[in-house]
Write a protein that binds this ligand. Structure first.
Ligand code: FES
Ligand code: FE2
Length: 404
């Protein structure tokens, strides 16, 4: 991380640790209307305007290890296949045959030399070009050259593969902005996938995202794990462009180093600040990435419907060569299950609450402002004018968003 930024974060950590009142620049955070968590029209707008028009984390390059490796992705609402070409380039297409729409791959992942539809065996190369049509003599005037698979925007940054259904979307690196520089030291291309954990949550996806954008809850929700390790008063928070964010919380000085991985499991490119804090990055719209020295999860919140969310933890760790995976990665994943059970325990009750007549707008503290920042980015992605009446959040914190 840039040393100037690192100094700035350390200064913020110390300032927050020592203050006895809100910081000088703090302002009241406007309340969050609770209809946002239950309104069907809001959900539909998110489906159309957020999920289909935003760069979404879809895979890691290691999932697509060789030419022909593919993986399906349906989280934006459409069937998509991501595939590595003969030239090494990772591309995405709608998983939809140009003959009559059947999928060209049926397994969630695999390796293929051609993408061949199982309906009538039209066959495409790894760059999506239509290569074979059985019984072509029966098609009059078929223009095969114009019948390639329909491409979907797909770009890779530091090993992380993103897709975006919006053909006019800005380049991924422009969307990620300062995250690119700030996350580089985790050395994404060197990471390996170590596992996936899924939790089904009976609450709106945004309530689950909110839970990972503040550490105010750790004393009450995680008294027996995170609160022992981290000092929730010693924090640094950054509202980054496009709804992204950064949140650091300091390891308690007396426990510094206890969570450090063994040399075999360590990520040598990670510097000191990340060892002295838990630093997580919010990738708008739905990923919180607590990057770490050893194994760490990407917390991905995928909406199922207005009141149901799939919380998917995709775990990565530094590559460990040819041997067996270091045992401590599995141990860390198991320990984290408890933390996630604690984080998800409130969610169904919160959803029932926001759907009741007793629901009132949420009061957000300055230290929780990343929640407001995230909701504001949802509104901006939808288009503020389209947000159902009374459900938009305020623009009052826009001036606190850091420069790109
Ligand atoms: S639908 Fe694909 S070959 Fe017919
Ligand atoms: Fe938590």
């Amino acid at each position: 991380m840039d040393p100037v930024l690192e100094d700035d974060i350390r200064e913020q950590l110390a300032m927050n640790r020592d203050r006895t009142a809100p910081p000088d620049d703090a302002v009241p955070v406007p309340p969050i209307p609770v209809g946002r968590y239950r309104d069907p029209q809001m959900y539909e707008l998110e489906t159309e305007r957020v999920w289909r028009r935003t760069w979404l984390f879809a895979a890691h390059e290691s999932d697509l290890a060789e030419p022909g490796s593919y993986r399906t992705f349906e989280r934006s609402g459409a069937p998509i296949v991501i595939v590595r070409g003969e030239d090494g380039t990772v591309r995405a297409f709608y998983n939809s045959c140009r003959h009559r729409g059947a999928p060209v791959v049926r397994d969630d992942c695999g390796t293929a030399r051609r993408l061949t539809c199982q309906y009538h065996s039209w066959s495409y190369d790894l760059a999506g070009t239509l290569r074979a049509v059985p019984d072509v003599r029966s098609f009059a005037g078929l223009d095969q050259d114009s019948l390639g698979l329909v491409p979907v925007r797909c770009e890779v940054w530091e090993g992380w593969v993103f897709v975006n259904e919006d053909p006019a979307a800005e380049p991924l690196v422009d969307f990620l902005g300062p995250l690119c520089e700030q996350m580089k030291e985790v050395d994404g291309p060197s990471l390996r996938r170590v596992g996936t954990q899924v939790h089904h949550v009976n609450a709106n996806w945004k309530a689950m995202v909110d839970a990972f954008l503040e550490v105010y809850h750790i004393r009450t929700v995680h008294p027996d794990n995170a609160a022992l390790l981290y000092d929730d008063s010693t924090v640094s928070v950054a509202m980054l462009p496009h709804g992204h964010s950064r949140l650091s919380v300091a390891v308690r000085p007396e426990l510094m180093g206890v969570m450090d991985p063994s040399p075999a499991a360590d990520n040598p490119s990670v510097g000191r600040l990340w060892r002295e804090t838990s630093t997580s990055f919010g990738w708008f719209p739905n990923v919180v990435a607590p990057l770490d020295t050893g194994a760490f999860p990407l917390l991905c919140m995928w909406p199922v419907d207005e009141r149901t969310t799939e919380l998917e933890l995709q775990w990565f760790a530094p590559s460990w060569g040819d041997g067996d995976m270091p045992e401590e990665h599995a141990v860390r994943m198991t320990l984290f299950e408890t933390v996630m059970d604690q984080d998800t325990a409130n969610m169904a009750a919160i959803q029932r609450s926001v759907e009741s007549h007793g629901a009132r707008p949420f009061q957000i503290g300055w230290h929780e402002r990343l929640i407001h920042h995230f909701h504001r980015a949802v509104d901006l992605a939808i288009g503020v004018d389209r947000v159902p009446a009374g459900l938009a959040v305020s623009d009052a914190l826009d001036r606190f968003v850091e420069e790109a």
